[in-house]
Design a protein around this ligand. Structure first.
Ligand code: DGJ
Length: 542
């Protein structure tokens, strides 16, 4: 597990941003952003990610207009919500849609990528200095503005530079600037970094191509030369912007990534934006973006195996894991978020399109309730996440398809988590959560999920949905009858020794406040967990 580096802070104190990203691709107005803020409140989130558009902020060259940013900050303060601003500029989803008109219409000065066949692509070339200077100046002006207007209150806690950068329409720039670089020596810094690192896809490709210590891009990287050069070009470009921005206002800055899809021959520039920080070129990005705090994948990945692979690739000692945009689609995120928080020390979590969770009457759409529940549960234990991430004390509870129970290992305790209604043994919860007389197999849409945080040997905090935890001290194992099976566990059987089970919440000082204590019938079926119960604290004794 990687070390926890708290990138996000508010007034010097570690902060765990949690919420969602607005849709708002088409320019926000008060009404739109109101909906997004309201939705974040319903989620119990603390932060909204929302775009800021270069074309809106600099309609005429050098004339900046940050009124829209000021409006957003004012609304955020009114709602008591923090902001992460997404700077849509040179790149948005692999194209240049958000460049100002004076950039789009002056191709001579602001050079576009040229494809292999000589066509201009709707994408500004990272090799054109005018492009970089123009975007960098606007970005630095935004940062300066934020410093002046927000450094005291710190409503804006971070900035995403660009959005899913890269080229759609070509693997690289075949125009004169791009060609010149392609046929020039690869920067010595890149060769030095590869030698020092000694592993990874970029290193392997270099070795396979002959491992020459100097040469042009194709001489060093063969058929990957175009994508590698573009990754280097874009990484350098964005790092330049980050350096200029941080000079004016030093707040967290990150890059998000459109990942390579799962097709059988994903072509860069076609299946995904070429030169974006996909896993295979992540090393290049890390070597050339010292001013960027992290490179963060847009995890529109639902299935467990691929989700874990993405987390594992981006959670590195030199790259804290952060989830800037995941798909609520299919609701897989209702489970996956717990996994990345517990197993990959995720620093913050956002799904895309927060307005979409609301029906026109402002209520939560039933199909999105499970994501809302998962975020709300996570929000309830933020004080514990800030304290215990990276210590091994936070455990994800994820019910995989068809799974009915899992064994868990805690310090001094073994645990069994059962999902859905209990099979055998007493089944009840409380009057607000009636169980079915006939236990049914758990349905996909309410699969069990959550977190268990063991803060002391005998103290556990639980959040989530549709599971119950049985605990047994490891020391008591030998006292149990050998034929006692898991399903027969009950708290009052040997080994549980439950002192208390309480439902509660954490107050502003991070102290646990009891809202309701469970006992008797409601504590017999072990520590059961549902989203509307808040945080469940279980205290046991030997
Ligand atoms: C990923 C992008 O980063 C977002 O801005 C948005 O376009 C979504 N895709 C749409 O699903």
């Amino acid at each position: 597990m990687t070390e926890v580096k708290r990138v996000f802070k508010v007034n010097g104190k570690p902060f765990f941003p949690l919420g969602a990203q607005s849709c708002n691709s088409s320019g926000y107005n008060d009404k739109h952003s109101e909906t997004a803020f309201k939705a974040i409140q319903i989620l119990h989130g603390n932060t909204l990610e929302i775009p800021v558009y270069w074309n809106q902020c600099e309609p005429k060259e050098g004339k900046y207009d940050f009124a829209s940013v000021d409006d957003l900050i004012a609304s955020a303060r009114r709602y008591g919500i923090k902001l992460i601003l997404l700077w849509f500029a040179t790149w948005k989803n692999g194209n240049m849609d958000y460049a100002p008109a004076w950039v789009k219409t002056n191709q001579k000065r602001f050079k576009r990528v040229m494809s292999r066949t000589g066509n201009e692509v709707w994408n500004l070339s990272s090799h054109c200095k005018e492009n970089l200077e123009a975007d960098k100046n606007a970005f630095a002006a935004l940062c300066k503005h934020l410093k002046t207007t927000d450094s005291k209150e710190q409503t804006v806690i971070g900035i995403q530079i660009q959005n899913e950068s890269g080229i759609l329409g070509s693997d690289r720039d075949y125009g004169p600037d791009g060609q010149a670089i392609f046929n020039s020596p690869v920067p010595a810094k890149l060769v030095t970094a590869m030698k020092k690192t000694g592993k990874g896809y970029v290193f392997d490709m270099w070795q396979k191509t002959g491992g020459k210590t100097a040469g042009t891009w194709p001489e060093l990287f063969g058929w990957e030369a175009g994508e590698f050069m573009t990754a280097w070009g874009i990484a350098t470009y964005i790092d330049n912007m980050a350096a200029a921005g941080k000079k004016n206002y030093d707040i967290p800055m990150y890059i998000n990534v459109w990942l390579i899809g799962q097709g059988w021959w994903p072509i860069p520039g076609e299946a995904y934006p070429s030169g974006g920080a996909v896993t295979k070129v992540l090393d290049i990005y890390k070597w050339f973006t010292p001013h960027v705090d992290m490179i963060s994948p847009d995890t529109h990945v639902a299935d467990t195996k691929n989700y874990q692979a993405v987390c594992a690739a981006y959670a590195r000692d030199d790259n804290p894991f952060f989830n800037p945009e995941t798909g609520a689609a299919g609701n897989a995120h209702a489970w996956n978020m717990f996994r990345s928080i517990a197993e990959y020390n995720c620093l913050g979590d956002f799904f895309f399109g927060v307005e979409r969770i609301l029906a026109p009457d402002g209520s939560v759409r039933p199909e999105n309730q499970i994501v809302v529940d998962s975020v709300r549960c996570t929000a309830a234990v933020i004080p514990l996440l800030l304290k215990y991430q990276g210590t091994g004390k936070i455990h994800a509870v994820i019910q995989e398809d068809l799974s009915m129970s899992i064994l868990m290992d805690f310090e001094g305790y073994s645990g069994v988590v059962e999902f859905g209604d209990r099979r055998g043994g007493y089944n009840g919860k409380d009057w607000k959560h009636p169980s079915n007389d006939v236990p049914k197999a758990p349905s996909y849409n309410n699969r069990g999920r959550g977190l268990i945080i063991q803060t002391e040997k005998n103290e556990f905090y639980l959040i989530g949905a549709n599971y119950r935890l049985f605990l047994r001290p490891k020391s008591a194992v030998e006292n149990l009858h050998p034929r006692l099976v898991i399903a027969d566990f009950a708290p009052k059987m040997p080994g549980w020794n439950m002192v208390s089970i309480d439902e509660g919440h954490f107050d502003r000082d991070g102290e646990f406040v009891i809202d309701q204590s469970r006992n008797g019938d409601e504590a017999d079926p072990a520590a059961w967990v549902e989203p509307d119960c808040g945080v469940i604290r279980v205290i046991t004794c030997e």
